[in-house]
Write a protein that binds this ligand. Structure first.
Ligand SMILES: Cc1ncc(COP(=O)(O)O)c(C=O)c1O
Length: 402
């Protein structure tokens, strides 16, 4: 089976973990700080706090944004549920905004409408989480302007976009997760992501106050900062000043992370090559009109966590018809030993969100996107022949579809 994504672990990655196993530190040792330093280098952000998962990073960033019971936050309807769950763990209420189906990024119009509605109801959002879907970067500059209008914190969900860049209105080229527009950004190091630590995540920020809060929250709310202690009984002494969590990442994981971080540029370059091959082969295929490529916004260079195709809705066709053709394509590819995936089921359609009354609103963009999207294999270990095989299989299956 050719999967939609997988890690690329090389001999030196294995050697780095073995060396760590022979060292004094399996956890809470020097590799965590080394990995955090590497993440600052890769993103350009000043501070990094590595944690046990991207989900933990979303939870802690929501807490650092001051989210709690009675507060609301807004995120994109097309994302992994973690983007919204981070707010729920903090006791707050996430509200989904519709997406632009051509990019699957949050629609700025929808975001403005949701923010205005919440403000009118006296519960203006405290947090906005734009999602850099598939590896291209959301319009962070515009999202920040909307957030500033209600003094909300922006946490960029950059789980898909490590290594991507975007261009500002003035022409500056900035890195995803550089926190030039967002107050904080979160990363994930799950094996399908650009670099992996097995499970793992991080929050990056340029805000020293948020950084210090995040460090405490990662370890039970414990501090050893002499300026904060109410007394000092000895060198062992620490105090818990808030209820934090055990969201630490291990030195074993960070040894792998440091080794992988050095390869980000090469891995992302290969992802871009694969995307360019797909683009070129689909564009010249006789069935090109059956597909609508996911658009990458102008000025953005995607890091291609995913390579998404969208089935074109034909004249007179309903979304149910498109979804049936997508299912036929999904099954046909699997029969040919290719395992595509669907990213994502709109969050508002999740029963738990619907039950909690978190999903009221208008989601025509997300529903249209979801009906026809399919993520094809995209990972740096693929060879060019894999791309040709996938493109041929897509054409073969679609030619048999209704
Ligand atoms: C957009 C997005 N945000 C957050 C996460 C959560 O990351 P993790 O799996 O490391 O908890 C994911 C993971 O797939 C994701 O795709």
């Amino acid at each position: 089976m050719l999967p939609y994504g997988r890690q690329l672990i090389e001999e030196d990655d294995i050697a780095a973990v073995v060396t760590q196993l022979r060292s004094d530190w399996l956890t809470q040792g020097p590799m965590v700080a080394k990995f955090e330093e590497a993440l600052c280098g890769l993103t350009g952000a000043k501070y990094a706090v590595a944690v046990s998962s991207g989900t933990a990073a979303l939870h802690l960033s929501a807490l650092a944004a001051g989210m709690g019971a009675g507060d609301t936050g807004v995120t994109s309807d097309i994302t992994f549920v973690a983007s919204a769950n981070g707010m729920r763990y903090a006791g707050a209420t996430p509200v989904m905004a519709d997406v632009d189906p051509t990019t699957a990024h949050v629609s700025l119009g929808a975001l403005e409408r949701v923010v205005a509605k919440l403000k009118a109801e006296g519960r203006a959002p405290k947090l906005i989480v734009p999602v850099d879907f598939s590896g291209s970067v959301a319009d962070l500059e515009a999202v920040r302007a909307i957030a500033d209008s209600v003094k909300a914190t922006v946490v960029e969900d950059a789980a898909h976009s490590l290594g991507a860049t975007y261009t500002t209105k003035t022409g500056a080229v900035l890195k995803a997760a550089s926190c030039q527009h967002a107050h904080m950004a979160i990363l994930s190091f799950h094996p399908v992501k650009h670099i992996t630590t097995g499970e793992g995540g991080a929050i990056v920020t340029n805000d020293e106050g948020a950084y210090k809060t995040l460090l405490e929250l990662r370890t039970h709310g414990i501090t050893k900062d002499p300026a904060k202690l109410t007394r000092v009984d000895g060198p062992w002494y620490y105090e818990q000043h808030s209820l934090g969590y055990h969201y630490r990442i291990t030195d074993l994981q960070c040894a792998l992370g440091v080794s992988q971080a050095a390869k980000l540029e090469r891995f992302v370059a290969r992802r871009r090559q694969i995307a360019a091959l797909y683009d070129a082969q689909f564009a010249k295929a006789p069935f090109a009109a059956w597909l609508t490529p996911l658009a990458v916004p102008r000025g953005v260079t995607s890091a291609y966590h995913l390579y998404v195709i969208r089935l074109t809705q034909r004249a007179g066709e309903s979304l149910t018809d498109v979804a049936a053709r997508r299912r036929f394509l999904y099954d046909g590819l699997r029969e040919r030993q290719i395992a595509p995936q669907v990213h994502y089921i709109p969050v508002h359609q999740q029963p738990d969100f619907a039950r909690a009354g978190l999903s009221a609103g208008e989601f025509s963009g997300a529903d249209a996107y979801y009906a026809g999207c399919l993520s094809l294999p995209m990972f740096p270990g693929m060879v060019d022949g894999d791309v040709a095989r996938v493109v041929e299989a897509v054409g073969e299956v679609l030619s048999k579809a209704k």
